[in-house]
Design a protein around this ligand. Structure first.
Ligand code: PMV
Length: 342
């Protein structure tokens, strides 16, 4: 925060404001005042898709990539600048509907009028790759608007605001993405409830981008369709994913990397059966296994996006990353054990 508190400025304003229309509250903030916020990416280890249907999931924050937002008090209407748009919030393309909703819901909650702020969001989370870019964008903006108005929002409130936007993006989001980008901890998430996870894993994870944009909306729809047309089969897939997720929780706590890798492999096969993988993801998973990964699977909504692979140790991680790049990955990131919980 750059200047005095919002309350101070509101008190120092002349009575009635400058030239506000009678039914439009005058923004309380001095033009030029700026708030900032950041949010990191996330990676889902277990439970994507099944979590939409009430099963548990495990997700880690991925702090090495993130999005930064600034919210600046300006005269006039609400504005938005992101990589694909620069202009009035009201005219933002439908693709940005979730961010627009988050900005409006957050200003409402902060009792700020829907004008007088320009929001800018930039960063290095690739879009539509299952790494939580839409939730992280929303989360960084919530943080910037809270900072601008000098308000402390607790984790649950920030989650609810991000989730309001995610509902516009995905229709029926489980809330897993929204929670993982507002928290600093690895989480166990089920039906909107969150538990901290004990993570003692000493093997690093390599995340690899297939370069093909994912399609969470259509993948979630396809899984819903399997559930409608063959409920028994869908229940069996969800139960398989649940069993591996529960077992993986113990493996993470006990540093059993070999067993954890087997669960990753098994869940990838179930996600394939649920029709949410694609040739590019399968190719990367196969390349990871060939290069000696302890296990690998797609992460996030699928049909494009990223895979995660468990390396044997820190020396193995760059070897694995190179093999994935040779197999077509456009980008790789290594998450070291100390980054899981730091
Ligand atoms: O693709 P992403 O990063 O939006 O992850 C989606 C995770 C799903 O389980 C497929 C959907 C959800 O709402 O949890």
């Amino acid at each position: 925060m750059e200047h005095g508190s919002a309350a101070d400025e509101a008190r120092s304003r002349p009575e009635g404001g400058a030239s506000a229309a009678p039914d439009t509250p005058e923004p309380a903030l001095m033009p030029g005042r700026t708030g900032t916020g950041r949010a990191h990416a996330k990676v889902i280890l277990f439970g994507e898709h099944a979590v939409v249907h009430g099963q548990p999931a495990i997700a880690f924050p991925m702090r090495k990539i993130g999005l930064q937002a600034t919210a600046e008090a300006v005269p006039g209407e609400l504005g938005l600048t992101v990589d694909i748009y620069d202009g009035p919030l009201a005219h933002a393309p439908a693709k940005l509907g979730s961010l627009v909703t988050t900005v409006e819901s957050t200003l409402d909650l902060l009792h700020h009028p829907l004008r007088g702020v320009h929001v800018t969001c930039t960063g290095d989370i690739p879009l539509e790759r299952g790494l939580g870019s839409s939730a992280a964008g929303a989360s960084s903006i919530v943080n910037a608007l809270a900072d601008l108005t000098g308000t402390d929002l607790d984790e649950r409130t920030r989650y609810e605001l991000v989730q309001t936007g995610e509902r516009v993006a995905h229709g029926s989001p489980s809330g897993l993405d929204a929670y993982t980008v507002v928290t600093e901890r690895p989480i166990w998430f089920q039906a909107g409830r969150v538990e901290d996870l004990r993570v003692e894993l000493s093997a690093p994870l390599v995340v690899a981008d297939s370069g093909r944009p994912g399609d969470t909306h259509s993948a979630v729809g396809a899984v819903g369709e399997i559930r409608r047309s063959d409920p028994e089969q869908a229940a069996a897939y969800f139960e398989t994913i649940r069993r591996h997720t529960v077992a993986a929780r113990e493996d993470l706590a006990q540093d059993r990397a070999g067993s954890l890798g087997e669960h990753l492999d098994a869940v990838h096969e179930t996600l394939r059966a649920l029709s949410v993988s694609c040739t590019e993801l399968d190719r990367l998973v196969a390349a990871a296994r060939e290069a000696g990964a302890l296990g690998a699977k797609l992460t996030g909504g699928g049909r494009g996006g990223c895979i995660i692979a468990l390396a044997r140790d820190l020396e193995h991680a760059p070897v694995l990353a190179r093999a994935l790049e040779e197999a077509g990955a456009t980008q790789t990131w290594t998450i070291r054990p100390e980054e899981f919980t730091a």
